[in-house]
Design a binder for this molecule. Structure first.
Ligand code: PLP
Length: 342
């Protein structure tokens, strides 16, 4: 199709390509080192190459200052989320989640009969950590905190989050999703897994690393908690393809690429916020590569305008305030997005 052809054969006619601002992917990625790792090793794909997983796990352990048995690989963080869902669903129970938050993965739990306790955000669209904690009851097996939160882009206050993690009963699994953490200046919470055996941190290469299509993510947690998840994953650590693992190993080492993407995203996000604010559109301050904003003051047909201009956005999350989300693309893409709105 048109997209694949133009990427493969570098025949880019930017004005004709759709602008994909739907799923918070990195418009600049993958890192050149990751691309080189993929193309240099393409011939390795006739073998399982079991030894590559331990190499990547060693790198990830080093990066997160944990031991190798504290890491579990998945085909995207979605596979890890799915393992947690299966683990939780074994008993009659419930789970606590902010609303709205990232909940595509929770359909496994919903379909397996785990009750969902939705907790409204604060007025400024942050996760209400004290209400989340107060919602835990005797049947709660899981509390999920997406930090920064998708779709709102808001960041939890670190001290408050750590307090919640420490006081959550040990029989409740705490799942902290750090998919977008590299777009902030916040430090990962992985060091806490040494003292909190019921904490799972889930991470992905799909966002700032620009490897969404390679499907690679991982969990960081206490080794015995991870053993429980390993027992639910038939192909432990090897559901990820060899090329994706090699790309991840290369990408971890490319600090320059990650930093460049961080800076580009910050600048383009500022541009987008300024332009939307000039259109009287209310935006929530974001620590991520996406923006949450309200269409209440937008008098035109937002989705019609996106469609006419071949721009892929996403849905309305909260009907009352007509809140929606847009991914921060390149400066050129966001200029075209703003022009489409105008
Ligand atoms: N977690 C969050 C918060 C996300 O926004 C996404 C994808 O958009 C995922 C997890 C899943 O990503 P992947 O399975 O590509 O790692």
């Amino acid at each position: 199709n048109a997209i694949t052809n133009s990427i493969l054969f570098q025949e880019q006619d930017n004005n004709n390509l759709p602008i994909i601002l739907r799923s918070n992917e990195n418009p600049y990625g993958p890192s050149p080192l990751a691309l080189k790792a993929i193309s240099n090793n393409i011939k390795l794909t006739n073998r399982y190459n079991w030894d590559i997983a331990p190499e990547l796990i060693a790198e990830l352990a080093k990066k997160n200052s944990v031991e190798e048995n504290n890491i579990l690989l998945g085909a995207g963080s979605t596979e890890i989320l799915d393992l947690v869902a299966k683990y939780i669903a074994a008993e009659k129970s419930n789970y606590v989640i902010a609303d709205p938050s990232y909940d595509y993965w929770t359909k496994t739990m919903d379909n397996l009969g785990v009750h969902k306790i939705k907790v409204a955000l604060t007025a400024d669209k942050k996760i209400d950590l004290s209400k989340m904690f107060d919602s835990i009851n005797q049947d709660t097996k899981l509390i999920y905190i997406c930090n920064p939160n998708n779709p709102t882009g808001t960041i939890c206050e670190r001290d408050q989050l750590v307090t919640l993690i420490k006081k959550t009963p040990r029989n409740v699994t705490i799942l902290v999703d750090e998919a977008y953490l590299e777009y902030t200046k916040e430090k990962t919470l992985t060091e806490l897994i040494k003292s909190i055996p019921n904490l799972i941190i889930v991470k992905t290469f799909s966002k700032i690393h620009g490897l969404a299509g390679a499907r690679i993510g991982y969990a960081v947690a206490d080794s015995s908690l991870l053993d429980t998840l390993r027992n639910l994953q038939s192909n432990t650590n090897n559901s990820v393809s060899v090329l994706s693992k090699l790309a991840a190993i290369a990408s971890i080492k490319d600090d320059k690429f990650i930093n460049d993407c961080y800076v580009l995203n910050e600048n383009v996000r500022k541009f987008t916020i300024t332009e939307l604010t000039n259109l009287n559109i209310k935006c929530i301050p974001s620590g991520t590569n996406f923006l949450y904003f309200s269409l209440l003051n937008y008098p035109k047909d937002y989705f019609g305008n996106l469609e006419k201009n071949k721009i892929q956005g996403t849905r309305i999350y909260e009907e009352d305030g007509k809140w929606t989300r847009i991914t921060i693309g390149t400066l050129d893409e966001m200029r075209r997005f703003v022009a489409a709105l105008k």
